[in-house]
Design a protein around this ligand. Structure first.
Ligand code: ZN
Length: 348
């Protein structure tokens, strides 16, 4: 497998469009593989449902990102992943009855405005009873009016959320604070590399990760709002005002408890480029194991990004045919990425 890493100079990275991202030395790291961690005692794989079928707008190509998320989970050797594709919200749900109890965790690559009451009740019962839940990126845009889901996610954005969804949560002076000032929920700037800062180094998902690491270009979600109940923020990223940001340290990785259920919420992972980041992959793989089993047995790969160096998987990026043409890679397709970013489209 090809592994790439680039040294990125943070000043340049945060205040410039992707075309101007400074690339210093580039080096190919040894091809090590993040596989076969085994299950330990008892054997057997952890059954995970990967839920997809809808995502608002054309900005999230779930048909393309689902196979990436599935591959990332399965190559740990820990999970058996079943993709469950829901009808779209304007379709008939009467035949959609996945047996949630078959799964230790549900991974949501899914963003819909609403669900029928029966489906909501089953989902609530599942998580409340101890089922794991993993929320990836725009899945936290889903279900703005479903109180229990927003409690599971802790925070969310867009879909007309305002202060009614809850306060705005961010980090200030090393602590999580909530700001009740009225306003919309959800924002991001152009997709650039950014640093992710560990806030709970002793949490099983974070143990062994560097205190700061550079994420591959992605949307840096900010101004998310929600109940924030039973929520622990594991990592944050600074949302720079120079890139339409909030000027605050925004939650990037969170864990929550809902009843007996554990929730892992990552706001990262917009597209194949973001999903190819070894930092995204590692936290996603570990977070899913934690949500499903309450433990993490996976080691941190030697190729994990550093504070100044991104590290990403070429084979993952190439699962997006557009990235093969360089059309949507923020580093390799600089010019096109920059024009997309400046178009000001309401992507999330
Ligand atoms: Zn997005």
């Amino acid at each position: 497998m090809k592994m790439k890493s680039f040294a990125l100079f943070l000043g340049g990275a945060l205040c410039a469009l992707p075309a101007a991202v400074a690339m210093g030395q580039s080096a190919s790291l040894p091809a090590s593989h993040v596989t076969s961690h085994g299950m330990g005692h008892g054997g057997g794989l952890i059954n995970v449902m990967l839920l997809d079928g809808q995502s608002a707008g054309a900005f999230h190509n779930w048909k393309l990102t689902t196979p990436i998320l599935k591959k990332e989970l399965e190559e740990t050797g820990l999970f058996s992943v079943t993709v469950v594709t829901a009808p779209t919200s304007d379709q008939d749900f009467s035949d959609f009855e996945p047996n949630l109890d078959n799964y230790r965790a549900i991974v949501m690559n899914y963003d819909a405005p609403d669900w029928p009451a029966a489906m909501r009740e089953r989902f609530e019962k599942y998580v409340n009873g101890g089922g794991g839940l993993v929320i990836v990126h725009a899945a936290d845009n889903a279900f703005p009016n479903w109180a229990a889901f927003n409690e599971m996610a802790g925070v969310g954005g867009w879909r007309n959320r305002t202060e009614g969804a809850g306060p705005y949560w961010y980090f200030k002076d090393g602590k999580l604070v909530s700001d009740p000032t009225p306003g919309p929920a959800g924002q991001h700037g152009a997709r650039l590399p950014f640093q992710v800062k560990t806030r709970q180094p002793e949490h099983p998902i974070m143990r062994g990760l560097p205190p700061v690491w550079m994420h591959y270009p992605d949307e840096l979600y900010g101004k998310l709002r929600g109940p924030g109940k039973n929520m622990t923020v594991l990592a944050t990223a600074y949302s720079d005002e120079k890139n339409k940001g909030s000027g605050h340290d925004e939650p990037m990785l969170m864990v929550l408890h809902y009843g007996k259920g554990r929730v892992f919420h990552t706001v990262m992972g917009h597209d194949a480029a973001a999903l190819s980041c070894v930092g995204f992959m590692t936290t996603f793989q570990r977070g899913t194991e934690w949500a499903a089993t309450n433990r993490v047995t996976q080691k941190v790969p030697a190729t994990f990004p550093t504070a100044t160096t991104v590290s990403y998987r070429v084979d993952i990026q190439e699962m997006d045919p557009d990235m093969l043409k360089g059309a949507s890679d923020p580093i390799r397709g600089e010019a096109k990425a920059a024009s997309t970013a400046s178009a000001g489209a309401p992507q999330h």
